[in-house]
Design a protein around this ligand. Structure first.
Ligand code: TRP
Length: 307
């Protein structure tokens, strides 16, 4: 069976943009691929450097896991694991650093965008940030994944991963498959405020875990002027467009709530069993470390390390 590796940064609750951008396709693909999902808790460190933020990261690992489970990913079939619990990932990322020039790292457009958003620049940005696509390549290549289903903003990272795989194979012989990227139809969902992207940092999101009241409130307040996103949502939730917002908005809120009802129910079931959530992560850790140590033995052997 071919393998999928995809995942989420553990920055907070996942929203409907994540759903249509990647969760939906994970759910569809889980029967046909050995699906592995990484909860990337180290990738958020670049702007989470305090004791307080550290506590948030830990909580957010569980939010991300619950969000994935609530939309129908089956923990009996799918492997969930935490990035920081797999030391082989850091080891592989370190070795990959030698295959990527600083110039190439600086040309990654998603890194550039996020750097600008964070109000920093190449002089001041930490190295962890500049190199997170290299670490992401390790996430994907350690388990030798074949397919990476992601939203549009992740395309540059998968492209960088493909380059690293090819470079390694050319220098040392075939070890890694060159993974394919799979982009969803709604790779980029606009936000409630009409901005081009639904994004937690812009505060324009509908979370998968939002209550009915919260959805009603957010839709009522949503921007409905030129370039609004409401008809795009209508298309997703099966609500006919209607220029009269007084009629359209409540219908849309109902449509979104109907979609979220089974998700909320499923989430509540899993929330009752924190012990089971930890078991899911333990099982994932064991599987990825087993696969990963084999990959590392091959890599180190090829690269001239004693292993
Ligand atoms: N960069 C991804 C995000 O921002 C998270 C991620 C980390 C990831 N490692 C990955 C995605 C490997 C796909 C494959 O959500």
């Amino acid at each position: 069976m071919k393998r999928i590796l995809t995942g989420d940064r553990t920055t907070g609750k996942l929203h409907i943009g994540h759903y249509f951008g990647s969760l939906e396709s994970r759910v569809k693909l889980q029967d046909d691929y050995d699906t592995c999902i990484i909860l990337a808790d180290m990738q958020v460190l670049y702007d989470h450097l305090s004791d307080e933020k550290g506590k948030l990261i830990r909580t957010n690992v569980y939010h991300a896991l619950l969000d994935n489970l609530s939309v129908g990913l089956d923990p009996e079939k799918v492997t969930f694991f935490v990035q920081s619990e797999i030391p082989e990932l850091s080891e592989l990322a370190m070795l990959f650093m030698f295959l990527v020039s600083v110039g190439r790292a600086q040309r990654n457009p998603t890194v550039k965008d996020e750097m600008n958003q964070a109000g920093t620049n190449y002089e001041h940005m930490n190295l962890g940030f500049l190199s997170f696509p290299v670490s992401q390549a390790a996430d994907i290549l350690l388990p030798k994944a074949n397919l990476v289903p992601v939203g549009e903003d992740q395309i540059p990272h998968v492209e960088q991963t493909r380059e690293i795989a090819r470079r390694f194979n050319t220098l040392f012989g075939d070890v890694f498959p060159v993974p394919e990227c799979k982009i969803s139809k709604f790779a980029r969902l606009p936000g409630l405020d009409g901005q081009s992207k639904m994004s937690k940092s812009l505060g324009n999101v509908i979370n998968l875990s939002d209550t009915e009241e919260s959805v009603n409130h957010k839709i009522k307040k949503a921007y409905s002027g030129e370039g609004h996103a409401l008809f795009t949502y209508g298309e997703l939730f099966g609500i006919q467009p209607d220029e009269r917002m007084g009629a359209f908005k409540p219908a849309l809120a109902d449509g979104i709530n109907a979609f979220l009802t089974p998700i909320r129910k499923q989430r509540a079931e899993f929330e009752k069993e924190p012990g089971y959530l930890r078991e899911i992560l333990d099982k994932g850790q064991e599987k990825i470390r087993t696969i990963g140590s084999e990959t590392m033995a091959q890599v180190k052997n090829k690269m001239g390390m004693i292993y």
